[in-house]
Design a protein around this ligand. Sequence first.
Ligand code: BGC
Length: 533
Amino acid sequence: MSTATAKQPSWLSKAVFYQIYPQSFCDSNGDGIGDLPGIISKLDYLQSLGVNALWLNPVFVSPFGDAGYDVVDFCKVAPRYGTNADLARLFKAAHKRGMKVVLDLVAGHTSDQHPWFKDACNNPKSPYSNYFIFTGQEEQRSCYYYQAAVVKGRRGGYYKPNFLAFQPCLNYGYMNPDPAKPWQLPTDHPDCLAVRGMLRDVMKFWLDLGCDGFRVDMAASLIKNDPEAIGLRCLWQGFRAWLDRDYPEAVLVSEWCNPINAIDSGYHIDFMIHFSDSAYRPLVGPGYALNGKARRPHVFFERAGEGDITEFLRIYQKHYEPTKGRGYIALPTGNHDFYRNSHGRDASELRVLYAMLLTMPGVPFIYYGDEIGMRNLTGITEKEGSMWRAPCRTPMQWDGAKPNLGFSTGKSKALYLPVDPAPDAPTVAAQERDPDSLLNFTRKLLALRAKHSALGNDGAFCPLYAEGGRYPFVYQRSDAKGSFAIAVNPGEAEVTIARPQLKNAKRLLGTAVVKGENLTVPGVGFGIFRLAE
Ligand code: BGC
């Protein structure tokens, strides 16, 4: 029984994404920074992994104060990555292999070096004055930004930034503007509508060049004073209606972390960032972190076995139930903003984590290098506004070639960030040779997902064993073609439970064992089973 009923791009029900941090993926010209021709040269590898869609972090002209999330030209590829023609080549080469390419749309802000912003700051008659939010006083800071943003040009006063001070908000207007604050324009003010129009032009520009959609950065940030997302729903539903009409195969992926709101707003996919509930707590509430550096003392994916899967499930199901069939929740393996999932976790622990993440409903996203267990290089210096994020953004480790593990032929000193110096740093080449490697395990999981539609994006999901403070977590995935059970036990202690549904289940992967109705999952173990009819 497929749950996908809403109109959506035809490829989405089988989509498996891979996130590429372009500066760190593959450097084709030896300048130390990854680039688009480098990505093209790795498409065979990506295809062999079993992914069929790519999301690239921003590749646009930028002073790189926030690694490219501070854009000065939304329609031009930054020379360090190549040219617009290179990007068009990437779209073509990917499409030839049946793969899609999604770009990052930094919809909420520009760089303070953007010509519109500079003009708005310096020219009293600038046509762009209302494209940004120049406040008479500093408005209350949001949960995202912490630096005061003082105008340096003739205008004086303050402006509203979206994330860091040099990222001025684009002005999509305020819900219920306060008349005492004349800079709070309504969402239907002609200048706010012009900003919307600009965003649509940017999307159109890239879609016409061959791109397959967008991951929208800080998707919830666009309309101000809109806690119920009323204005946001209206704004994104408008874009979705336009895409459905003119670009029905294009996808919208949100960085919102609130699938109910995002999918109601017209997004096809929303990320549920489950590796740090502290950063996204205001959006979906506390307690849903599965792994990573959560503020809570324990998460479920820990050897200590003291996490509580019901905390995650309560929030996951709250969002899954009302959105299934209308859009997808993505539980990514990691991303460029948080510690890598390998932090404090060995390869066997990663397998258990991936056994769950890659058999859940929704659209999987694999962060580059997670398939080989790249380490979080804690202690390295900051780069381009990375703050705490540099350790998860280091160059991809392709092979044993000295000195840059196949990432670049340039001098080590010129590299965007250092490569992992460990003598046993994981590489693609070494793991290709080892049938039991994490890389080949990831391949097996993705192949299983592709083979059995019930394990894929649309198969129904139902917990079979999920008890507060207990392990394992067992759930069923099913559709008209079959039913499967997945059991994960990240804890160190072996566990046994009984469930009638498991009788005569046949194991497809893992080391968990079913005898009669009893399921035994070894410590740090898992099992994927086909259930008897
Ligand atoms: C991106 C970050 C970026 C920020 C500001 C995000 O959530 O993922 O990498 O720094 O938005 O654009």
